[in-house]
Design a binder for this molecule. Structure first.
Ligand code: FES
Length: 611
């Protein structure tokens, strides 16, 4: 057994065979950034060996190239490449620690309960006892009365409910309350009246998971709980996680279990906050991108990542929660709204539902900015959507000082046009330790406004400032001097970082242009969804050309629209029908292999000159 000690957390992994430091960190529950999912590409998983350097396998050529001689000399190693050959200790530097992203939990108010059709309805009924002359079975007496008094014939019952019926009917002179789902099945029976039905809506994101505990009859969110997605150590984005599934034995089960146990944890926390038991929850609705939807169901998503990117299933589903390991009432259900395509999941459908785009007379544009930019353009007559592989730049990936939107991430940059002095805003006002997606957009927007970079994205070498300098890999601009931050290094934005942003914004903007070519450019509202979208300053996004600027158009950050859409699907059968219609009606445009998309992508990589 090898022992790996992690500092400064002092957590320990016991390995039964040689494994990488990254695998040991997963085992010990130590979060190490691994943007590329351990594929030796991102260089984010740096650790410093603190014991005998021989305790790790020697760095190969690729590792030497990524780290460079100076870091290697100082004991730096890549956690995904260095393999343990005897007991060792490693220090995880601050910039390599998985930071907890600021989680967007706010879901807007839910509609008035009078306007909703709840999937669950409670009925009070008095069931007479059996007699010697008519010893009809308990379940049948109950079902006969439900049919005659409430016109609910053919109600189903599962074994959990059947087991309770004889006792419930004999507690209170046959007076019982029953909970009926969609007029089709009794999912609860109690000798006491039901004051409400409890449900949980879940936004199962690749990075964060948010659960809303909802009083279904009052249409109130009573508790909101969130967590980082515990699948992150297996890969930052869904493609890395899909390849983890393909390469690792039991990889799919690990990812499935991680999602299920995180959701169970959130349900338990929300119940504790509201002082109810998880067994009181009768219905759960889960939205997520297609890969997360498949992981949640334990379905292998590998074909989603291969052309023609077909998902395993796309229509709306309802399963007994117990079949999926979701710990609520034994008879409760999990509802999954439909997905549209391999890269347009039920989270996008939930966003369309939440924003009301599908009811709008005029064109609205909805953009969920992340590793994949899902884009929907449309109105009540026609909707089209696409998904573009923007890459990880908007989430801080492939960017030298990139990080998630966590405490200490630079989120806004202002540059004085005369002195080129820099003013930074960071998340939670902490000292800067890196730059998140909105910070990168803001920095590049300011570099454009102040003429520090050209419309092609190259630094203007004639600038008279010591902030612009030649770095190890080309030109770079210093955002924070090492004396101003706790990392011990200057935080810079490099020419390569700008190129990463150009590719990401080129992809999203080209997707938008393709949709506009079909539906017209007269857009009255632009909704920016997802964590990325909410923190981006609209004028910065327009300056870098990420979003168009149609005249008279409002730009709206729509909070956690996927979470709000999940709540609507949880509480209202009409919203479920709308979600299903949206999925059917929305046209999907495949961009892979489109020559027009390629042309637009290259032209949108450039920046517009400042006005
Ligand atoms: S280089 Fe190690 S996780 Fe990316």
């Amino acid at each position: 057994v090898f022992i790996v000690r992690f500092l400064p957390s002092r957590k320990i992994a016991h390995l039964h065979s040689s494994a990488s430091i990254l695998e040991a960190a997963r085992e010990a529950g130590v979060g190490i950034e691994s943007t590329c999912g351990g594929k030796h590409k991102c260089g984010k998983c740096k650790v410093v060996v603190k014991s005998d350097p021989q305790s790790l396998s020697p760095p190969d050529e690729i590792e030497q190239k990524i780290l460079g001689p100076s870091l290697l000399q100082r004991g730096y190693r890549l956690a995904c490449m260095a393999r343990v050959s005897k007991d060792t200790s490693v220090f995880v530097p601050r910039e390599s620690r998985s930071a907890a992203q600021v989680i967007l939990t706010s879901a807007r108010d839910l509609p008035s309960p009078n306007s909703l059709r709840s999937p669950l309805k409670a009925y009070d009924i008095e069931v007479p006892p059996p007699t010697l002359s008519s010893p009809i079975a308990d379940r049948e007496r109950l079902l006969n009365l439900m049919a005659s008094e409430y016109r609910l014939p053919h109600l189903a019952t599962d074994p959990h409910v059947v087991r309770k019926i004889p006792f419930a009917l004999r507690q209170n002179e046959g007076k019982v309350a029953v909970m009926v789902r969609k007029g089709q099945e009794i999912i609860g029976i109690s000798e006491k009246k039901y004051s409400t039905a409890w449900g949980v809506a879940v936004d199962l994101g690749s990075t964060t998971i948010v659960a809303y505990l909802v009083d279904l009859f009052g249409a109130n969110i009573v508790a909101t709980k969130s967590t980082m997605n515990p699948q992150i150590p297996y890969g930052d984005d869904v493609i890395s996680r899909i390849s983890f599934c393909q390469q690792e034995a039991h990889g799919l089960q690990k990812l499935h279990k991680a999602a299920i146990s995180a959701i169970n944890g959130l349900i338990a926390e929300a119940c504790e906050a509201a002082d109810i038991m998880p067994e009181h929850i009768m219905e759960v609705a889960v939205v997520g991108n297609t890969a997360m939807h498949h992981f949640f169901l334990g379905v292998d998503p590998r074909f989603v990542s291969l052309a023609p990117y077909a998902p395993c299933l796309s229509s709306a589903q309802a399963y007994k929660a117990s079949e999926l390991g979701i710990k609520i009432s034994n008879s409760g259900y999990v509802y999954l709204p439909p997905i549209k395509a391999g890269f347009v999941g039920s989270d996008s459908i939930a966003c369309v539902l939440s924003t009301g785009l599908y009811r709008s007379r005029t064109n609205s544009l909805l953009i969920d900015i992340g590793t994949n930019g899902e884009i929907v353009l449309g109105n009540r007559d026609r909707m089209i959507c696409c998904s573009t592989a923007a890459g990880p730049a908007f989430e801080g990936g492939h960017v030298k000082w990139g990080m998630r939107a966590a405490s200490g991430a630079i989120e806004q940059v202002r540059i004085d046009p005369k002195t080129l002095d820099v003013t930074l805003s960071t998340i939670h006002g902490q000292q800067p330790i890196g730059i998140c997606g909105s910070g990168l957009i803001s920095a590049v927007a300011e570099l454009i406004r102040t003429g520090c970079i050209s419309h092609r994205g190259s630094f203007n070498k004639d600038l008279n400032t010591n902030r612009l300098r030649k770095g190890q890999r080309g030109m770079e601009f210093v955002l924070s001097w090492k004396e101003e931050n706790p990392t011990g290094h200057d935080i810079v934005i490099t020419q390569k970082d700008i190129a990463e942003l150009q590719m990401a914004k080129g992809a999203i903007r080209a997707g938008i242009s393709i949709l506009m070519e079909s539906l017209g450019s007269d857009i009255k509202r632009i909704y920016l969804a997802g964590a990325g979208g909410n923190y981006i300053d609209p004028s910065d996004a327009q300056t870098i050309g990420l979003i168009p600027s149609p005249p008279g158009c409002r730009i709206i950050g729509c909070g956690n629209a996927a979470g709000h859409g999940a709540c609507l699907a949880l509480i209202d059968l009409k919203s479920r029908r709308h979600a299903e219609k949206i999925a059917n009606k929305m046209e999907y445009v495949e961009l892979a292999g489109s020559a027009r998309f390629q042309d637009l992508f290259f032209s949108h990589m450039f920046f517009e000159p400042p006005h």
